[in-house]
Design a protein around this ligand. Sequence first.
Ligand SMILES: Cc1cc2nc3c(=O)[nH]c(=O)nc-3n(C[C@H](O)[C@H](O)[C@H](O)COP(=O)(O)OP(=O)(O)OC[C@H]3O[C@@H](n4cnc5c(N)ncnc54)[C@H](O)[C@@H]3O)c2cc1C
Length: 387
Amino acid sequence: MVSFDNTQIAFIAKSDSDLNKSYLLFKLIGNPLLVKYGGGLAPLGLKLGFKGLIRNTIFKQFVGGENISDCTKTIDQLGKFNIGTILDYSVEGKESEHDFDACCKETIETIHRAKNDKHIPFCVFKVTGLARFDLLEKVSALQSLSSEEQQEFKRVQNRVHEICREAHAAKKPIFIDAEESWIQPAIDDLADENMALFNKEQAIVYNTFQLYRKDRLEFLKTSFEKAKKSGYHLGAKLVRGAYMEKERRRAAEKNYVSPIQDNKENSDRDYNLALEFCVTHLSQMGLCAGTHNEKSSLHLVKLMEQHGVAPNDQRIYFSQLLGMSDHISYNLTQAGYNVAKYVPYGPVKEVLPYLIRRAQENTSVKGQTGRELSLIIKEKQRRKALS
Ligand SMILES: Cc1cc2nc3c(=O)[nH]c(=O)nc-3n(C[C@H](O)[C@H](O)[C@H](O)COP(=O)(O)OP(=O)(O)OC[C@H]3O[C@@H](n4cnc5c(N)ncnc54)[C@H](O)[C@@H]3O)c2cc1C
């Protein structure tokens, strides 16, 4: 049975000096006050010339570099331990046609970079990198579009199609990330259209299912039925979901019932049921479990054993974010399971929102030492005892 307690395996890739740097960083971002005000101050820090400091600390822990070629070192380092890289162009909040075209081009570049590299098993993109948020909201709400908006949406469909076509030609599966529920219907339709086109032989295009939503387990099942009926494979990346507070706030403001589960237990229950559904329908599916949750990761290991699925079966991957939950990634890969890390990249300034979110996730709750930090401390103590 896989265990996530082995910190020697978890930090095998880290030298003592790397481990100390991670220790200091997680200690720093464990401070709620610092994270609360640091997030706001970081853009100012960049203007004041602290780019080098940010690049050598938090950026280094969680980001592959400023461009694709910068990421080579990370790709090779992870690859040495049999962990794949998923290059994630993490520039957010752009709203011009020029930026959308540039993001489409950049995503295609990641596919070309991945094409002949066995250490890059997937590519990924967000539809909000290719489309105006308000337009996606309008399409999702089935509001009528002006003729300019119709043309604008056609360009979005073309960009998504072009990316998926390239992924299919390169035989590199590609994830479409899930986002806010009020733009997700447009994203789901784009995913479905492209899965129908490119998933005839295997899952190339993957939609993402956020199990913190009450309706997504059912949606996973209907997506599968639709795929089966139309003769294509369903690509499913399962996550819990990243926009809980925003979802709840909007539902309260606009006075509708929140789509988010009433409590964490329900999100956990549906996540594990979704894993079960996928493992039992694997003949026509590809599955990626995007999670840092130990219980869900072990649940998937158990399900694979129960259903006689080999650990290295290419239809199942586990995935975590770079710089987080190495105890899960490295122990799983050591036991022969397929693992890939999201490796975000982009100019320091543009990746700041992503970094601030990572810092917030690792902030201590009521003074407790975070999971990452306690594992680092355990490994430091283990190494000290040996010396
Ligand atoms: C490889 C990878 C890809 C990802 N891709 C996406 C993506 O495309 N779209 C996206 O939205 N997110 C994505 N995420 C983020 C993901 O949705 C989670 O926010 C994050 O992974 C934390 O959840 P967890 O499963 O790791 O486990 P845990 O830490 O056990 O769970 C935390 C999550 O549980 C849910 N939760 C917490 N409290 C409650 C509560 N009170 N009630 C109901 N639910 C609750 C929330 O979703 C929260 O994020 C991705 C994560 C990874 C690792």
